[in-house]
Design a protein. Structure first.
Length: 385
C-alpha cells in the first residue's frame, strides 16, 4: 500500500524512466568523425563521410586503421546522408563530428545555405564542429593518413585550431560562427580556407581565407601572407611573426619580430556620404630572429620599432586599398555602422559597396617590445664595433 504522495511519485518515475533513451543499440551506430561535401558530375551532392572504427587489438597484432570513409550521393544533404545506411549497415551518429569540409567548386556552383541548413537544423551534429572551404575536392583531404592523431578528421581539426593560435595564417570557425557571419548586414563573410599541393602525401595547411557574398564564394580569396594583416584589422589575430626587410640589403636579409599578443580597436563614424574609420593596433612581442639589426642602446630599439611600425602600416594599407577596390566590406564596417546608426545604414545599405570605396582610413600601429631573446641583442656571431 502506497502511504504518501512522494512514494507514489517515486514509483511512477521508476517505471517511466527505465530502459534506453533511444531505440538503437550501440552496435547499430557508426560514429562520424568528419565529412567532405563535393559536387558530382551531374550536379548532385557527393558526401565523403569518415567514421571512427572502434575495437581493441591483441598484443603483438598489427594495428589497423582507426577510420574509414563512405561515399554517397543525393539531390540534397538529407538524401546523401540517408544513403549511408545502404552501404554501411549502421545508422550514422553525428554527435561526435570534428570538422566539415566544403569544396570551393560546390561553393561556386551552389550557395552553401542548404549545407548549413542541414547541420544547423538536425539535432545530432554539433554546432561547434570546425568548418573550412577546401581548394580542390574536399574528399581528397579525408583520404590521407594522419601524422599523430588517430584519424585524419581529428588532425584537420587540430590544424584549423593551430593556424589561428600559433601561425595567424588563417582563422578558425565552427558551424554556428559561419552561420552568423553569413547573416551579416553586408552579406560578406570571411571563412577559413584549407589547401594542399594536390598529391596524396603533400601536406595540408590552412592557407588564407575565402570570401563569401550572399552565401556564394567570391574569387580570388586572400592568401596566407596577406590574410594575417586582414585578420589583424578584424581583431582576429592571436599570434605570429612579422618578417621585415633589413635597411642595408632589403632583398637578401630580413629580421623577424615575433608577436605573442595582438589587439585592435576600430571606430566608425559617418562622414559626408561615407564613413571615417580609425583603427588602433597593438603588437606585443620580441625579436624572433636578427640578421642585420643591432641594438646597443635605447635609440636603436626605438628606430627598429619605428621600422616595424611603418612596415606593418604599409601592409595594412595594402589590404584596405584592395578591399576598397573590390568594394568588399571585409572588416564588418557596415555592421558597426548598423549598430550605432541603424536608420542611416538602412539608407546606405543598397549603395554600401560604392560608399565603402570612398571611406577614409586612419591606422595607428604601436609596437611593445617585451624582450630581446639574448643578453646582447645583436645578430648571432657578429662582432661588436
Amino acid at each position: 500500500m502506497i502511504r504518501s504522495p512522494c512514494t507514489a511519485l517515486a514509483f511512477i518515475a521508476l517505471v517511466l524512466l527505465t530502459g534506453c533513451w533511444n531505440k538503437y543499440e550501440l552496435t547499430e551506430w557508426a560514429f562520424v568523425q568528419a565529412v567532405a561535401v563535393d559536387l558530382s558530375e551531374d550536379d548532385r551532392i557527393r558526401l565523403t563521410t569518415q567514421f571512427y572504427k572502434p575495437g581493441g587489438s591483441l598484443e603483438g597484432a598489427t594495428k589497423s586503421s582507426e577510420s574509414f570513409n563512405i561515399r554517397t550521393e543525393g539531390d540534397n544533404m538529407s538524401e546523401a546522408i540517408s544513403n549511408i545506411a545502404n552501404e554501411l549497415g549502421r545508422v550514422a551518429q553525428w554527435g561526435h563530428i570534428r570538422i566539415v569540409l566544403v569544396s570551393e567548386k560546390i561553393a561556386e556552383n551552389q550557395n552553401i545555405k542548404g549545407i548549413l541548413d542541414y547541420f544547423l537544423r538536425d539535432h545530432e551534429p554539433r554546432e561547434t564542429a570546425q568548418f573550412a572551404i577546401t581548394k580542390g575536392p574536399a574528399s581528397d583531404y579525408l583520404n590521407r593518413k594522419p601524422y599523430i592523431e588517430s584519424t585524419i578528421g581529428q588532425q584537420l581539426r587540430e590544424i584549423s585550431q593551430s593556424s589561428k593560435r600559433i601561425t595567424g595564417m588563417s582563422k578558425q570557425m565552427n558551424l554556428l560562427q559561419v552561420a552568423i557571419a553569413l547573416k551579416s548586414q553586408t552579406g560578406i563573410a570571411v571563412l577559413p580556407y584549407m589547401a594542399s599541393s594536390g598529391g596524396a602525401k603533400d601536406p595540408v595547411m590552412m592557407n588564407g581565407v575565402a570570401i563569401f557574398r550572399d552565401y556564394s564564394i567570391v574569387k580570388p580569396g586572400i592568401p596566407a601572407g596577406s590574410a594575417e594583416y586582414l585578420l589583424m584589422l578584424r581583431d582576429e589575430y592571436e599570434r605570429g611573426v612579422v618578417i621585415y626587410p633589413c635597411e642595408e640589403n632589403p632583398k637578401a636579409k630580413k629580421d623577424t619580430f615575433e608577436h605573442v599578443m595582438v589587439s585592435s580597436s576600430t571606430k566608425v563614424e559617418p562622414k559626408g556620404e561615407s564613413v571615417a574609420v580609425r583603427i588602433n593596433l597593438l603588437l606585443t612581442g620580441g625579436y624572433g630572429e636578427l640578421r642585420c639589426s643591432k641594438v646597443r642602446q635605447a635609440s636603436d630599439e626605438t628606430r627598429i620599432k619605428q621600422k616595424i611600425t611603418e612596415y606593418v602600416e604599409r601592409e595594412l594599407q595594402k589590404e584596405i586599398a584592395s578591399m576598397q577596390a573590390r568594394q568588399l566590406d571585409l572588416l564588418n564596417i557596415g555592421d558597426a555602422l548598423y549598430r550605432r546608426h541603424p536608420a542611416l545604414w538602412l539608407k546606405w545599405k543598397s549603395t554600401w559597396g560604392k560608399r565603402l570605396s570612398q571611406a577614409t582610413f586612419q591606422i595607428k600601429v604601436e609596437i611593445q617590445m617585451t624582450n630581446t631573446g639574448l643578453t646582447k641583442p645583436l645578430p648571432y656571431g657578429s662582432q661588436e664595433d
